[in-house]
Design a protein. Structure first.
Length: 144
């Protein structure tokens, strides 16, 4: 596949999600997770978890301001976010994927960072939140 670090954490799940959604995966650790196959400037970010879990953006800075802005760029650089829930008993099979607007993800990340007592935090999102704020684009083996 031409991927130097196939065992990079989360990469296999990102490849599965990209395949389902018809996106072009981006395998660089510091970049977005995928892009539009016809326009690489259109970026997508994936969050994933198994049933009952939560997806997260790791190492988001509350402060200093310059680091916070850099952290939030990991959200705002994208056209959409996708939250995928994998089956707990078969973690290579997707149960559901929610599409989320960047503004909604950004608002929640800011809310969590503002409330955090830590300079560096993990910003978490669970399926209940994704269901409330997103729309289902894949479920039970079918693109919707």
């Amino acid at each position: 596949m031409g991927i130097q670090n196939l065992l990079q954490p989360g990469l296999v799940k990102e490849l599965i999600i990209a395949d389902i959604l018809g996106h072009q995966p981006i395998t660089s650790k510091r970049a977005a997770d995928a892009c539009d196959p016809n326009d690489p400037s259109i970026l997508y970010e994936y969050l994933s978890c198994k049933e009952g879990g939560s997806g997260q953006l790791d190492r988001m800075f509350k402060e200093p301001l310059i680091k916070r802005e850099e952290s939030l760029l990991r959200i705002t650089r994208n056209k959409k976010f996708y939250f995928a829930v994998f089956f707990a008993d078969n973690q290579t099979k997707v149960k559901v994927i929610y599409e989320l607007d960047v503004d909604v993800v950004l608002a929640e990340a800011i809310r969590q960072l503002d409330r955090s007592r830590n300079v560096i935090s993990h910003v978490g999102f669970n399926e209940v939140w994704a269901r409330k704020h997103g729309k289902v684009v894949f479920q039970d083996g079918k693109n919707l």
